[in-house]
Ligand binder design. Structure first.
Ligand code: PXL
Length: 276
């Protein structure tokens, strides 16, 4: 698609380089017209800051959706990230049904957990609602923790291909058509992404960097969604997103004061190059 119109639904964390403050510039760099629906407004993200404010925008969503319907506004793609409440997830499903064009590409990042734990404020009801949203996904992009919550699987830090493929089968059983499984590491010092599409598994492996940063899941999902809707194959989009995320982490290395996010902006040029 040469100039697609994408809607992304996720929060505005005013400070912290995640969600919409990442998705908008990354999708713009991908050459995609990007419309936004903020799920909540927080003073900062919730990973490492304390005392943050949280304005839930759940009850704004039905009126926004009605207005778009009245104006005949429809999207070629809808990509969701961090959502504000279980009830909101039901509204998001309604927006996909009401405002997605015929064949609308749906990319669901079930941004709710990492390192074996749910993010603050999320609970079992939220996970159950997210399972329902993943059922509507053309592509679901979980990390290992999210995939385990979505499939009621025991979370492990060491595993083999059989464990990963079993989780993917369970994600498909939820209803998701394809799976982009991030942060899969079979070997020390290496990590990668498993791409399951149309019955085929592929794995793109790269070096695991010694430093890690918050917000890389959002960088990854945004670059993946942008590359995919610009017409790249799922594997190529997954690889471009991985290479770009690695470049962002490298750009942030040796910066102790920059623990809250990744410096994705100085390497946006690399993403643009990769998309050519
Ligand atoms: O990066 C995921 C994310 C998005 N939005 C908010 C978060 C987090 C991760 O902690 O707290 C508000």
């Amino acid at each position: 698609m040469s100039y697609p119109k994408l809607l992304t639904i996720q929060d505005i964390s005013c400070v912290g380089q995640c969600s919409l403050t990442v998705a908008l510039p990354v999708l713009s760099a991908c050459g995609v017209e990007t419309c936004v629906l903020p799920s909540a407004v927080l003073s900062t993200h919730t990973a490492g800051f304390s005392g943050y404010t949280f304005r839930d925008l759940t009850e704004d969503m039905p009126a926004i959706c009605r207005h778009w319907q009245k104006e005949g506004i429809r999207f070629d793609g809808i990509y969701t990230g961090y959502l504000g409440s279980a009830k909101q997830i039901d509204y998001v499903a309604e927006i996909i049904a009401a405002c997605g064009k015929e064949g609308c590409l749906t990319v669901i990042d079930p941004a709710m957990a990492d390192n074996g734990k749910l993010y603050p404020g999320f609970d079992g009801a939220f996970v159950e609602a997210m399972k329902g949203l993943c059922a509507k996904a053309d592509y679901v992009i979980p990390n290992m923790t999210e995939a385990c919550f979505l499939t009621d699987t025991e979370y492990k830090t060491e595993y083999d291909r059989a464990y990963v493929e079993e989780i993917i089968r369970k994600l498909l059983a939820l209803g998701s058509k394809n799976v982009i499984f991030t942060g899969i590491s079979y070997e020390k010092g290496k990590t990668g992404v498993v791409v399951y599409e149309s019955g085929e598994y592929a794995y793109y492996e790269h070096d695991m960097l010694p430093n890690s940063c918050h917000g890389t899941g959002d960088i990854y999902a945004s670059a993946f969604a942008g590359a995919l809707i610009r017409g790249k194959s799922a594997y190529d989009a997954a690889k471009i997103a991985a290479d770009y995320t690695v470049a962002c982490i490298q750009a942030t290395a040796e910066e102790e004061n920059h623990w809250y996010g990744a410096k994705f902006e100085p390497v946006l040029g690399k993403l643009i190059e990769m998309l050519k």
